[in-house]
Ligand binder design. Structure first.
Ligand code: 5AD
Ligand code: SF4
Length: 581
């Protein structure tokens, strides 16, 4: 009997003719009794490779598993379920995945209840799933990027049949909303604004693995961002393979500038976006970025090559001159902007001269940092069919030379920070030394500094004192306790109950009727005390007058509402006190 159920397999040839308008589906999470009993208390790990889109998928997968009663763990040995979330952008990322899957052979043999699921971009490539089930028959479920919301159904199917379930869809995918999610980071969050990519750069597999470009409705994005702001997040990064294209598919004038501005207005302390294709970077976008102080002045603008000829072969839709012109426009409108990029070395038949064009472009732009890659042929993409006359040694030599110039400009950008006081969002303690905290400047430069762990998630002012090229060292300017106290005060003011309590307190103080009632109560109290030594009837009368005034005061709607909030606010304050310990 076959050990695998093939529900569906990918077909990369379908990638280009996806013309169907994506449907918006609101998904409900259903957990079968079988899955609930399997999942209850089961620990799980998700290993993610690749880009931020995959990280966000991890959070959603994690949200689904938690709905089935499972619990996230960091401890490999106690995990009863593992998901490997793969990347297909370059071959070396794929090689790592095969190694990872192989590591679970022993575990799967020892524990029949252990589940191993493989998903992500690599599964969207033709032939990969078949290869996997041959070499690793202990895999429970294989699925792709378009059906992560089916994880529980697929796992249940596997539990029912005890077979490997393969379900990989090839169509562009609808937009699924209502996805559960367990955010990995409690201070900074990624929000998808578009899925997929329509650019079809000739070297890139993403349009085939993530489907055609589709934008999420603006109201859905704003709702998600508002929830993050209310939950106290310090940073949102809007995600898309090409955020600039946002809204074009609505054909109603909505653009990325509209979306960026609307999110900035929600008041998130730091707003970033990734990635921008240089082809459709509008002036309107630049104006919005320049206008809002909470939009970080940091733009990731992949150039890929400095040669117009290579750019043409890559299908990038801009020339070297157009790119440099855009850089000039950006630098003029946003002085001090941090520019970062992606560069591919050794595209098929890249000449020495064409490579020099990349070098001179980097010298001119002077990037704050850059991700550099050696071209990796991806089966199914047009570039993979090109005959290549550049040998590996030459490619590596060019790569090393490129790294040098990038190091030089990275170092230059870091050196500029020394002596400056800059706001830094603290991401947490360094893994190597818990007394050292790490964080990022507005321009995304990594900063290490000495400070207590409770500063995690705060934006603190640091004086930059040392440059180490890829990171800088900073010093706190203020007592960290003061910083924390101020931020707690701000958070408290934001808590609805506390804000209302404080506002009522102010109104009570200023209300004419209550001011005069307070005066009357005071004098009634004095009269009552004075009459204590006189006859009983005088005292009783004075006491009655006092009590009736007090009753009137307590029954005033402002005072009553204030009193009603008292317990709630006290509970919040107790929590704060605990946190401060
Ligand atoms: N080979 C090397 N690098 C690639 N990238 C995309 N496809 C390939 C490939 N086939 C790089 C690009 C892109 C980044 C995410 O990965 O520079 O911007
Ligand atoms: Fe790939 Fe080009 Fe789309 Fe970026 S814009 S994901 S490089 S096809």
């Amino acid at each position: 009997m076959a050990k695998t159920i093939f529900d569906s397999l990918p077909d990369m040839s379908k990638a280009r003719d996806r013309v169907k308008k994506p449907e918006l589906i609101f998904d409900d999470v259903l957990v079968s009794p079988r899955l609930a009993s399997y999942g209850k208390g089961r620990k799980f790990i998700i290993k993610t490779f690749g880009c931020q889109a995959n990280v966000r998928d991890e959070e959603i997968l994690s949200g689904y598993l938690e709905k089935a009663g499972m619990v996230r763990t960091d401890n490999e040995n106690e995990a009863g379920m593992v998901i490997i979330n793969t990347c297909a952008v370059r071959e070396n990322a794929e090689d790592k995945v095969y190694g990872e899957i192989g590591n679970y052979k022993k575990r799967a043999k020892e524990d029949p209840s252990f589940s191993l699921a493989i998903c992500g971009c690599m599964m969207q490539e033709e032939g990969v799933a078949e290869k996997l089930i041959k070499s690793y028959p202990y895999i429970s479920v294989i699925f792709g990027t378009h059906n992560i919301h089916k994880i529980l159904e697929l796992l249940d199917w596997h539990l029912k049949t005890n077979k490997t379930i393969v379900s990989i869809l090839s169509f562009a995918g609808d937009i699924i909303e209502n996805l559960p999610s367990d955010r990995v980071d409690k201070h900074q969050a990624f929000v998808n604004i578009t899925y997929g990519c329509d650019k079809f750069c000739t070297y890139c597999i993403v349009p085939y693995t993530r489907g055609r470009e589709r934008s999420r409705p603006l109201d859905v994005i704003l709702k998600e961002c508002k929830e993050l702001v209310d939950a106290g997040y310090a940073q949102i990064t809007l995600l898309g393979q090409n955020v600039n294209s946002y809204g074009k598919d609505f054909k109603d004038g909505t653009s990325f500038a509209t979306c960026l501005e609307a999110v900035a207005k929600l008041g998130i302390p730091r707003l970033r976006f990734m990635t921008s294709h240089p082809w459709d970077f509008s002036d309107e976008m630049l104006d919005v970025i320049a206008r809002y102080p909470n939009i970080m002045k940091c733009i990731h603008l992949p150039v890929q090559s400095g040669s117009s000829e290579v750019l043409k072969l890559m299908g990038r839709r801009y020339s070297r001159e157009q790119y440099l012109d855009l850089v000039k426009r950006i630098k003029t409108k946003i002085p001090g902007v941090a520019l970062t990029t992606d560069i591919i070395v050794g595209f098929p038949n890249e000449t020495a001269e064409q490579f020099e064009d990349t070098m001179t472009l980097c010298e001119e732009v002077r990037y704050d940092s850059a991700f550099t890659f050696i071209y990796s042929p991806r089966k199914g993409t047009p570039a993979a069919k090109m005959v290549d006359n550049v040998d590996d040694k030459t490619k590596h030599e060019r790569f090393d030379r490129l790294l040098k110039i990038i190091e030089e400009t990275t170092n230059e950008a870091s050196a500029k920070l020394v002596g400056q006081i800059v706001p830094v969002l603290v991401s947490g303690p360094s893994k190597k030394n818990p007394e050292i905290l790490s964080g990022y400047t507005e321009g995304s430069k990594l900063v290490n500094f000495k400070g207590p762990a409770y500063l995690e998630g705060e934006i603190v002012d640091l004086k930059i004192v040392e440059n180490h090229c890829h990171y800088v060292v900073g010093e706190l300017l203020e007592d960290p306790l003061l910083i924390k106290a101020r931020s707690l005060k701000k958070a408290l003011n934001k808590e609805k109950a506390v804000a209302e309590f404080l506002s009522l307190e102010k109104q009570i103080e200023e209300d004419e009727e209550l001011i005069s009632l307070r005066k009357e109560i005071q004098s009634a109290q004095k009269k009552m005390t004075a009459s204590m030594n006189g006859d009983d009837s005088g005292y009783i009368k004075a006491k009655e007058a006092y009590l009736s005034l007090k009753k009137r005061y307590e029954e005033h709607p402002l005072v009553k509402n204030h009193e009603a909030l008292h317990d709630e606010v006290e509970a919040i304050l107790l929590e704060v006190k605990e946190a401060l310990k």
